[in-house]
Ligand binder design. Structure first.
Ligand SMILES: C[S@@+](CC[C@H](N)C(=O)[O-])C[C@H]1O[C@@H](n2cnc3c(N)ncnc32)[C@H](O)[C@@H]1O
Length: 369
C-alpha cells in the first residue's frame, strides 16, 4: 500500500503489505491514518538545512538586486549544475523563493518575506540567528540524545569546559556573530514591546544583558521621553556603543559594562532582561530576579522577554524547543512558563505579575514592585 506523505514523496507501508486482508475493524482506522505529520517533523532537517545553506551562501541577498536565472545564480554562488535546480526549486516549494517560468528559462526572485527579512543589505535582516544556527546549532543538535542522557552541553564547551559566554566571546568573529544572532531573534519582540507596553509612566530604563543595545535603541526611538542604559559584559560594551552612535542616540542611550552576578544592577524605573533568565539554572535565575528587585524603586517594573512556555506546557513548540536548545548550550539552563515567572517574582517580593504576548512565540513577563 502506498501512503502519500506531505505531498512530497510516497512510501511503502510494510506493515500493511505484509498482512493478509481480513475484516478486523481496526484496519479501517489504519487505512485512514496518515504519517505525514510524523514524516514532516522527522525529516524537518532537510528543509531546515536548505534554508540555512541559502542564507550561508547569501542567496536571498543576491536576489535582493533582482531576479536571476538558475545558471546566473550558479555562477555567482559557485554552485554545481547538478545541484542548482533542485536547490532553487526546493526553495520555491518551501515558499522561500518565487519562480517565473520553467526549466532553463526560469527566473528566481525573493518572496515578500525573504526580501524583507533575509536580504543582508536591509536593516530588517534577521538572518543573523540563521547564520549562527547554521554555523553552530545545526551541528550541536546532533548531540541531543547524549544531552538528554547526560544533561551535559553539546556545544564548544563540551571540549574546553569553559563557561559558555567566556568560550563564545574568546573569538571576536564568534562574538560578533552571536551579537547579530541576538538582533535577528529578538527584533520582533522588541518592536512589539515598544508598541504594547505603556512606558509613559516611566522615565528611565536599564536593559540588563543588552548585547548590541538593540532594545534600548528601539525603545528610545519609539518613546522620546525615555533614557536607557544597555548593560552587558565589558567585551560587549564597544559593540553596543557603536550601534548607539550609529543610531544617533548617544544623548539618551548609554552603554554600561559590568557582570550581573558580581555587580549591582544600574538603578532605573524599568529593568528589562531579554533572553537572560533562560540562560541560567534556577539558583541563578532567582539571584537575577532578586538583583532586579533591589535595583528598582517602589512601583518600578521588571520585564523579561522570553519564549514563555504556556502554563500547561503543551502549545508553545518554539519555547519548548528553545528550552532543549538551552540544554545543548548550557546543560542546566531552561526556559519556563509565565506561572513559573510569577511564582519566582512573588517570592522575591514583587506585588503583581502579568504576561503580555508579543510577537510569535515570545511574551513579556512583567513584575511590578
Ligand atoms: C542570550 S543573550 C541576549 C541578548 C539580548 N538581551 C537579546 O535579547 O537579544 C544574553 C546576553 O547576556 C549577556 N551576559 C552574559 N553573562 C553576563 C554577565 N555575567 N553580566 C552581564 N551580561 C551578561 C551576554 O553578553 C549576552 O549579551
Amino acid at each position: 500500500m502506498l501512503l502519500a506523505v506531505s505531498g512530497l514523496f510516497e512510501m511503502e507501508d510494510a506493515t500493511m503489505t505484509d498482512k493478509v486482508p481480513n475484516s478486523d475493524p481496526t484496519d479501517a482506522a489504519t487505512e485512514a491514518r496518515d504519517p505525514s505529520h510524523i514524516m514532516q517533523i522527522g525529516m524537518g532537517f532537510w528543509a531546515s538545512k536548505t534554508v540555512l545553506s541559502a542564507v550561508e551562501l547569501g542567496l536571498f541577498t543576491l536576489l535582493g538586486s533582482g531576479p536571476l536565472s538558475g545558471a546566473e545564480i550558479a555562477e555567482r554562488l559557485g554552485l554545481g549544475s547538478r545541484a542548482v535546480h533542485d536547490f532553487l526549486d526546493g526553495l520555491v516549494a518551501l515558499r522561500l523563493l518565487e519562480r517565473d517560468g520553467a526549466g532553463e528559462r526560469a527566473r528566481y526572485s525573493n518572496t515578500l518575506d525573504t526580501e524583507f527579512f533575509l536580504d543582508g543589505t536591509k536593516p530588517s535582516y534577521i538572518g543573523g540567528i540563521l547564520e549562527m544556527a547554521n554555523d553552530r546549532l545545526y551541528g550541536f543538535w546532533g548531540g541531543l540524545t547524549e544531552a538528554l542522557q547526560t544533561g551535559r552541553p553539546q556545544n564548544e564547551i563540551k571540549q574546553t569546559g569553559h563557561p559558555m559566554f567566556e568560550e563564545l566571546y574568546g573569538d571576536p568573529t564568534r562574538l560578533e556573530q552571536f551579537m547579530q544572532a541576538m538582533v535577528g531573534i529578538s527584533m520582533g519582540s522588541f518592536h512589539a514591546l515598544a508598541d504594547k507596553f505603556d512606558f509613559s509612566r516611566y522615565q528611565s530604563l536599564c536593559d540588563v544583558g543588552g548585547a548590541t543595545a538593540a532594545l534600548s535603541i528601539v525603545l528610545a526611538q519609539r518613546h522620546p521621553h525615555l533614557t536607557c542604559t544597555s548593560f552587558d559584559l565589558p567585551v560587549v560594551k564597544p559593540i553596543a556603543a557603536r550601534s548607539i552612535e550609529q543610531a544617533g542616540l548617544s544623548d539618551r542611550v548609554t552603554a554600561a559594562a559590568g557582570d550581573f552576578f558580581a555587580d549591582p544592577l544600574p538603578k532605573a524605573d524599568v529593568l528589562t532582561m531579554s533572553l537572560i533568565l533562560h540562560d541560567w539554572n534556577l539558583e541563578r535565575k532567582r539571584q537575577l530576579i532578586r538583583a532586579a528587585y533591589d535595583a528598582l524603586p517602589p512601583e518600578g517594573a521588571f520585564i523579561v522577554i522570553e519564549n514563555l512556555i504556556d502554563d500547561q506546557r503543551r502549545e508553545n513548540v518554539f519555547g519548548l524547543m528553545m528550552s532543549l536548545n538551552m540544554l545543548i548550550e548550557f546543560g542546566d539552563a531552561f526556559d519556563y512558563t509565565g506561572a513559573d515567572f510569577r511564582a519566582w517574582c512573588i517570592e522575591a517580593g514583587f506585588r503583581s505579575v502579568e504576561v503580555l504576548p508579543l510577537a510569535g512565540p515570545a511574551s513579556a513577563g512583567i513584575a511590578y514592585k
